[in-house]
Ligand binder design. Structure first.
Ligand SMILES: [Zn+2]
Ligand SMILES: [Zn+2]
Length: 754
């Protein structure tokens, strides 16, 4: 009698799992194989995980009803990356598969079987069982066959294991480029001239099927050869490249966006890379990156993003799996493509916030996962101004930094307007006279203008209209978050709590007000000044759906707007040479936000605005703090000066990159329940993370109510090594699972604390 086998089973939707199931028969499926199992009262497609231990006595595990794949959908290296992401971001493998799979798991398509190269050349069938021989012959005759048509699953599995058949998980039809025609060396060869000629050509080496498909006569000749078994069809799988030498990751800073991408690609090529994954932070950058990369490498790059149809993404996914796609440009989900383990990774514009996955758990950061993805293969990053996380790795010697020479083109001519002086002379205004004059001049020249309000997120804070200061926590030098319910100011880093003062502590005036002005107000202001101007608004309120974003930028490209007003979403307008005037209405809104990255965001945005352009452009910056180190360093184009100050600040306050943050938000219907749950979470966190972690006292979240729920949060600060420890991530994930996925969210390395 054989011992009973158990396996972890993961679901791509709640309750995610893993759950233990029993295998009634057969060998255990490899991780990443699809399984049909019973979940509650329905049947569901799931993914096999690792072998599991038997459940405790008294608990009965359900049986796996059917193993749907012969070979896993996700090869082992991809599966291991998902396990890493789940662990590192306190999530589950089931949740992580949501971002990794190009199509739904239960898509009803059949697997396809092909002949392997050896078998296509015609091995002997003697000594085979009748069913095996029949199945192999059927595939051989047809060129490719669905598994259900080819024979019983156990027979097919045996043939795949013996290397007779190769399997392509559920696809409609293979692309002609990947299918090759082979000559069978048996017998005399065909008789007819045309057939003979073709057969000899194939005998010299496999030929792509596409060659013979264009012309009716050669297509017919090939069909005859296939029928008479003088030729066969098969797949060609590219051989895996040799593992490259252990190189140090390099970060390319400065230059232009294009020169950075080219230098990074050059570096990984020098490191011996043959397969390359180039990550772009946003979909709209993919086409340009694709062109630059292909020009530089001399070979095409395949694009991969969520904008493509599921069928197109699936196509790329399976061609990567087979090794016929070796170079990909894609957004963050491309990290999970089944490219070979030795694939080099280039993270372009690594500081872009779009690399943080924010749509659902796991809230992973693509730059950090790229390090795990590359694991020994060449890795390069680019940035106009590096993130402090990447720069911290430079400072500690883990990453090499290379500054690129300044790109061609001119820097925008910069004017800094000190708003303190403007308010003294003109009163609290949104636009200074200087800004209005520049806008007017641009309108006269019939050129386009861009007005930016530097605002992120919706965390409420209080600032003074006269001196522009936000009310700050004196200990943390980060703005207080304003809690409207209780009329208090709270620091979400050290948990200090203060009543809302009447007067500004800096200038003594009674002009304290909530948050900064938004894009809408700014657009209305522009409309008042220039009645006839066509104004476009680009922010997350005006453009909610991908379609709205696409339409907006199509309209912009078609010249339908004279002035674009927006948040960092509007920065895409910078790529247009017809934009000759750019104004930042209030650089301080970013400095004021209750977020320790406030200075970094400000520096980065100003640096981006100052990148050289082919067009002549003027840039105007309104600020209450021209002497703030982020503003001053950006104006002086001195990243090192900024980074030194900023790293010093982060070290002193034990903030990333010196520590890692974990933000846990609990939502409950009743405030008391939310508070109690948060207290329980805090106690559990202290247990899980150990004595070297600092677990904060639970506080109401900055956004304290959402959709009828009361939200409380716990913020923990831990040494970086703790996060990498496997047990910590698993225990955190268990914390979420125990309460159900809707009540608790765990965000490791959070970028927004609300
Ligand atoms: Zn003031
Ligand atoms: Zn504080």
């Amino acid at each position: 009698m054989t011992a009973e086998l158990y396996v972890d089973v993961h679901f791509p939707r709640p309750p995610f799992g893993p759950f233990t199931y029993r295998l009634a028969a057969g060998p255990p499926p490899a991780p990443g194989c699809r399984l049909l199992v019973e979940l509650g009262r329905r049947r569901a497609v799931s993914l096999a995980g690792r072998p599991a231990s038997p459940p405790p006595s008294g608990v009965t595990a359900k049986d796996v009803q059917q193993t749907l794949d012969v070979e896993p959908l996700l090869p082992l290296p991809s599966w291991e990356l998902l396990e890493y992401v789940a662990r590192r971001y306190a999530s589950s493998v089931g949740e992580a598969t949501r971002w990794a799979l190009p199509i739904p798991l239960d898509a009803r398509r059949d697997d396809l079987l092909f002949l392997t190269e050896e078998f296509a050349r015609g091995p002997a069938l003697e000594g085979w069982e009748a069913e095996e021989a029949a199945a192999a012959a059927a595939v051989r005759e047809a060129g490719w066959l669905g598994t259900r048509a080819a024979g019983p699953p156990e027979i097919i599995r045996g043939l795949v294991e013996r290397g007779v058949l190769a399997l392509e998980p559920y696809a409609a039809r293979p692309p002609l480029d990947d299918v090759f025609a082979y000559a069978s060396p048996e017998g005399e060869g065909p008789r007819g001239t045309r057939g003979r000629q073709l057969w000899e050509e194939l005998a010299a080496g496999p030929q792509p099927l596409r060659r013979y498909y264009g012309e009716a006569k050669s297509r017919a000749a090939l069909r005859r050869l296939l029928r008479s078994r003088h030729a066969a069809l098969g797949l060609r799988t590219a051989p895996a490249p040799p593992p490259p030498e252990e190189p140090a990751p390099t970060l390319f800073a400065g230059g232009s966006r294009r020169s950075r991408v080219e230098e990074a690609l050059g570096a990984v090529r020098e490191g011996g890379a043959e397969t390359v994954l180039l990550l772009a932070p946003e979909i709209h950058l993919v086409p340009a990156f694709q062109t630059w990369a292909a020009d530089f490498w001399g070979e095409p790059f395949q694009s991969y993003s969520s904008e493509a149809s599921p069928a197109a993404r699936w196509e790329v996914f399976r061609r990567c799996r087979r090794g016929t796609v070796r170079r990909v440009v894609g957004t963050r989900s491309a990290l999970f493509l089944p490219l070979p383990p030795a694939t080099a990774v280039v993270v372009a514009e690594e500081a872009a916030s779009a690399y943080k996955q924010w749509e659902g758990s796991p809230y992973y950061h693509a730059r950090d996962v790229a390090f795990a993805r590359a694991s020994g293969a060449p890795l390069a990053m680019t940035a106009a101004a590096p993130s402090l996380e990447a720069y911290g790795a430079v400072a500690s010697g883990e990453v090499a930094l290379r500054h690129l020479p300044r790109a061609g083109g001119a820097r925008p001519e910069l004017t800094v307007v000190d708003m303190a002086g403007v308010v003294a002379a003109e009163g609290p205004v949104i636009f200074s006279a200087a800004l209005i004059e520049e806008l007017r001049a641009a309108r006269r020249r019939r050129e386009r203008a861009l007005v930016i309000v530097n605002r992120r997120g919706y965390v409420p804070y209080i600032y003074c209209e006269v001196c522009g200061r936000a009310l700050q926590c004196p200990a943390c030098e980060v703005a207080f978050t304003y809690h409207r319910d209780e009329q208090t100011l709270r620091c979400h880093y050290c948990l200090r709590r203060e009543p809302l003062p009447r007067r500004c502590p800096t200038c003594g005036k009674e002009r304290l007000t909530g948050v900064g002005f938004g894009t809408e107000k700014l657009a209305a202001e522009v409309r008042l000044l220039f009645e006839e101007a066509r104004i476009g608004r680009a922010d997350s309120d005006a453009l909610r759906t991908p379609l709205q974003v696409k339409t907006f930028w199509a309209d912009f490209a078609a010249g339908k707007f004279d002035v674009v007003v927006g948040t960092q979403m509007a920065l895409r307008a910078l790529d247009d040479e017809k934009v000759t005037f750019v104004a930042v209405a209030n650089a301080d809104t970013a400095l004021n936000i209750p977020d320790f990255r406030a200075a970094e965001y400000t520096f980065r945005m100003l640096t981006q605005l100052r990148e050289p352009t082919p067009a002549r452009r003027r840039l105007l910056l309104q600020t209450f703090h021209p002497d703030h180190y982020a503003v001053a360093a950006a104006v002086a184009d001195d990243f090192e000066a900024f980074a030194r100050r900023e790293l010093e600040f982060r070290r002193r306050l034990r903030l990333p990159p010196y520590t890692r943050l974990i933000n846990v938000v609990v939502a409950e219907r009743k405030a008391a329940a939310a508070r109690a749950a948060a207290e329980e979470v805090a106690a559990r966190l202290a247990d899980i993370l150990g004595p070297e972690a600092e677990v904060g006292v639970p506080t109401p979240a900055p956004v304290a109510r959402r959709r009828g729920y009361r939200r409380w949060q716990v913020l923990a600060r831990v040494p970086p090594a703790t996060i990498e420890r496997a047990q910590a991530g698993e225990a955190l994930a268990a914390l979420v699972r125990r309460r159900g996925p809707l009540d608790v969210t765990v965000d490791v390395d959070p970028y927004d604390l609300f």
